[in-house]
Design a protein. Structure first.
Length: 393
């Protein structure tokens, strides 16, 4: 038995089977290159589902995390710490927001956003029935009971009854349906600019404009879930920049920490002061080790040349993907892309790619690619050659 198989069997014996895991035990890596426990090398076009934004073991990131861990690994939220303060100041300045709440995941950030939207509505209107949040069909907002309820995919609404009430689903890019969904019980509209798990589908500009027009007309919170689209993934700091809008509440996670667990809920204007002592909390929120890594991510993203390079690589990646056999079309923004295939399933391509040293993802029926922002042109070419061979068979 090889070392990878030993790890897999040990893991499966002790961990619940809540994931359909692939037969791979990754042990080390650098940039967009990974290596399993037996020394086999892989090109990674998934980056931990968009989480390893700077790739594996970025030297500057790893040094910052290590240095902080040697000073202090955790600070209770009864106290302050300088690393979290620097991180919060830099992130709010870069995003043009006012204040943030620290959590540990995208689901936590979205839970916070939901609470802020509902509390702000109650504080202003005193109406306990003005609690409905409109979300979109094919959305994905997390796996807690409430964020599953917010998720507009029916197959997630099973087993864990009763689900949290107060959500209404509208088909993405359907303006008449959006208008019809608004009544006196609605307090907010929550959306992803690009539906990642829902098939890597960007919203249309006209639909986004209508969200903001209706929100202004009816005094509703606009909540953008940028857990997957944020932090340079679409070749902009935030995907909102592609659409020219500024949501009241923005949630971030995944690539923000560079590979360590983080979630933040950013707020603007009156939404920044909705939470008061005792109304929300998170034990590990603002963890200094995570924030130290996050500061390196923010430093890299504050460099306009870095984001320009991401945009150039994204264009190259997309054109390379579109040129592959059996690829019907490619959707998405930046380095968040989904390929619709002809005559072969994305799941089969994923398995064949793994066998040939390439890590990719799927989303619905599409092959999904979320490479590190630091992926090289040589790695893009090598990965595309693997896909070309598979799709030519």
């Amino acid at each position: 038995m090889n070392q990878s198989q030993e790890i897999i069997e040990q893991y499966n014996a002790a961990v619940v089977s809540s994931y359909g895991r692939l037969n791979l035990a990754l042990e080390s890596g650098s940039g967009a290159g990974g290596q399993d426990a037996d020394g086999k090398r892989y090109i990674d076009f998934g980056s931990g589902i968009g989480t390893n934004s700077l790739g594996y073991a970025d030297a500057e990131w790893a040094d910052a995390v290590s240095e902080q861990a040697h000073k202090m690994q955790h600070v209770s939220n009864y106290y302050y710490n300088s690393t979290a303060a620097q991180f919060a100041a830099k992130l709010t300045a870069m995003t043009g927001t006012d204040k943030l709440f620290f959590g540990n995941s995208g689901a936590e950030a979205n839970e916070c956003a939901i609470k802020i939207a509902r509390k702000r509505s109650f504080d202003k209107y005193g109406d306990p029935n003005r609690t409905t949040i409109i979300t979109l069909v094919n959305s994905f907002h997390g796996r807690t009971v409430t964020t599953l309820s917010a998720t507009g995919q029916e197959h997630f609404h099973n087993y864990f009854f009763p689900f949290t009430p107060g959500f209404r689903y509208v088909e993405a890019n359907n303006i008449p349906a959006l208008r019809e969904a608004i009544d006196d019980t609605v307090c907010g509209i929550m959306f992803e600019f690009v539906q990642g798990e829902g098939g890597v589908i960007p919203l249309e500009q006209g639909f986004v404009d209508e969200i903001f027009a209706l929100a202004k007309q009816h005094d509703l919170a606009t909540i953008s879930d940028e857990v997957q689209t944020g932090m340079g993934r679409t070749a902009k700091l935030l995907a909102a920049e592609h659409y020219g809008v500024k949501p009241d509440i923005v949630t971030l996670a995944k690539g923000l920490g560079g590979g360590l667990p983080i979630g933040v809920c950013l707020t603007r204007g009156e939404y920044a002061n909705v939470l008061t002592p005792g109304t929300h909390g998170s034990t590990f929120g603002g963890n200094p080790v995570v924030c130290a890594g996050g500061l390196v991510v923010l430093s890299r993203l504050s460099d306009e040349a870095f984001l320009r390079e991401v945009a150039e690589k994204a264009d190259y990646f997309r054109k390379s993907l579109e040129a592959l056999p059996r690829v019907k079309n490619v959707s998405g923004l930046g380095l968040m892309l989904g390929a619709e295939l002809d005559g072969v399933t994305a799941a089969d391509v994923l398995k064949a790619a793994l066998e040939n040293g390439l890590l990719v993802l799927t989303a619905k029926t599409k092959l999904r690619c979320l490479p590190p922002l630091t992926v090289t042109y040589e790695q893009i070419d090598a990965g595309m050659e693997i896909l070309r061979r598979i799709l030519s068979e």
